[in-house]
Design a binder for this molecule. Structure first.
Ligand code: SF4
Length: 278
């Protein structure tokens, strides 16, 4: 099967005359339509027999992020029967009852059964399941230090900080700006607690996405023409109790949860943050 990685690879096969015989305005639009399986390649009548023979049938496409995440969940679940969940309970701050390990995720029960199946009081999606499974499988169980640092200050965080800022802190800031109940929801729904933040801020709330992974969200309201600001802080042991990719995924998943809650209340914060709601 021929592998096609992106629409540009299809575009390069086309005459690039923008003649519109395929009913698309441009060859590039046609290439995108073919890549997304909206049109077959042979709807461009100007392609040679050889090109159609090679690329006109079924082509292999790269996995979507969703497919990759689902594969990752299955891969990690398959490792669970090979580990000692009683030992994992000690490392993760969870409880083991002989059949399943229960850890608190955002204050709610999340169960990892000995055969690798998952069950929870909260909706399980891959953005939650992958970090939780990595936490159970690989977390080092370091006790909390009480020293709070930013994602950028975590080991390896500097390289990933711009993505983290874009996908986690900025969208959460947009939600806080337009959804005044965000911090109340953090307290009520997710067992958050108001605290003195590691830095002086208007609001600081501590939550526990996982028992050994508390986060403090600090928010500064807009004032006198100065924009609001929001930063997320982690205990300095965070990257030992969960790998950095999972830490990012977990935080991004948490932001999506808040976004959905705000959206349900009629606040289109996600649109400001550039996301859509399923
Ligand atoms: S028919 Fe072919 S050449 Fe014409 S616009 Fe469509 S893709 Fe381009």
């Amino acid at each position: 099967m021929t592998r096609i990685n992106n629409p540009m690879e299809i575009y390069k096969l086309l005459p690039q005359t923008n003649c519109m015989d395929c009913n698309e305005k441009t060859c590039l639009a046609f290439a995108v339509a073919v890549f997304k399986n909206r049109k077959p390649l042979d709807q461009c009548p100007h392609l040679s027999h050889d090109v159609l023979e090679k690329y006109g049938g079924e082509t292999e496409k790269p996995n979507t992020i969703e497919e990759d995440m689902r594969d990752a969940v299955e891969f990690l679940k398959a490792k669970i029967p090979g580990i000692d969940l009683a030992e994992a309970a000690g490392r993760t701050g969870g409880k083991y009852d002989g059949k399943k390990l229960t850890v608190k995720v955002m204050g709610k029960d999340f169960n990892v059964h000995t055969n690798g199946t998952l069950s929870s009081e909260i909706h399980i999606n891959p953005w939650l399941a992958v970090p939780v499974l990595n936490y159970v499988l690989n977390g080092k169980g370091r006790p909390l230090s009480g020293n709070w640092i930013t994602f950028r200050e975590l080991k390896g965080g500097m390289e990933r900080y711009s993505l983290f800022r874009q996908r986690c802190e900025k969208p959460l800031q947009a939600i806080a700006d337009s959804y005044p109940d965000l911090f109340r929801d953090m307290l009520d729904i997710f067992n958050g607690r108001r605290v003195e933040g590691p830095v002086d801020s208007d609001v600081a709330v501590i939550m526990y996405p996982l028992p050994l992974l508390p986060v403090i969200v600090c928010y500064w309201e807009p004032e006198d023409g100065i924009d609001s600001s929001l930063h997320i802080y982690y205990d300095e042991t965070a990257a030992e109790n969960l790998d950095l990719d999972s830490l990012y995924t977990l935080t991004a998943g948490m932001v999506i949860m808040f976004d959905k809650i705000a959206y349900k209340h009629g606040i289109p914060a996600g649109e400001q943050a550039g996301r859509t709601h399923g």
